[in-house]
Design a binder for this molecule. Structure first.
Ligand code: 5GP
Ligand code: ZN
Length: 115
């Protein structure tokens, strides 16, 4: 684990978070600065810098991550109205934390394309 990775430290509980789910592959927390009524971050336990680093071997983790996202969306009551799943990659993609994460956002309508 990179010592300076914020999300590795959150996964390791060295930094507190509002944790909504955890299992052997995936951790889900509430975003500290929500941009929608529901704003959850889903991340692998293992450090992966971004979606650009994923390989075939990460299939089980990704399947888990997206099924947990669907479960959390249902639990948050946003599944029927719809929601946004997004993973920012790199500087122009808007990535600010270099540990792969997927934003689960809902509770309002979103524009397309994003700004
Ligand atoms: P990115 O910009 O990399 O796609 O998303 C990073 C997200 O992490 C942002 O939405 C930001 O609000 C969130 N974030 C940054 N620091 C923390 C933190 O310490 N705790 C939590 N729960 N979220 C954080
Ligand atoms: Zn990390």
């Amino acid at each position: 684990m990179p010592a300076d990775c914020l999300f590795c430290r959150i996964v390791a509980s060295e930094i507190p978070s509002d944790r909504l789910h955890e299992d052997d592959l995936v951790v889900a927390i509430r975003d500290i600065a929500p941009r929608a009524p529901t704003h959850i971050l889903l991340m692998p336990r293992r450090h992966i810098a971004s979606a650009a680093e994923l390989t075939d071997d990460d299939g089980p983790m990704l399947g888990r991550l997206f099924s947990v996202a669907a479960d959390l969306a249902r639990a948050a009551g946003i599944a029927d109205s719809g929601y946004r799943l997004v993973s920012n990659v790199g500087r122009w993609g808007g990535q600010t934390v270099d540990h792969l994460h997927v934003h689960l956002m809902g509770g309002r309508a979103f524009d397309w394309p994003p700004g």
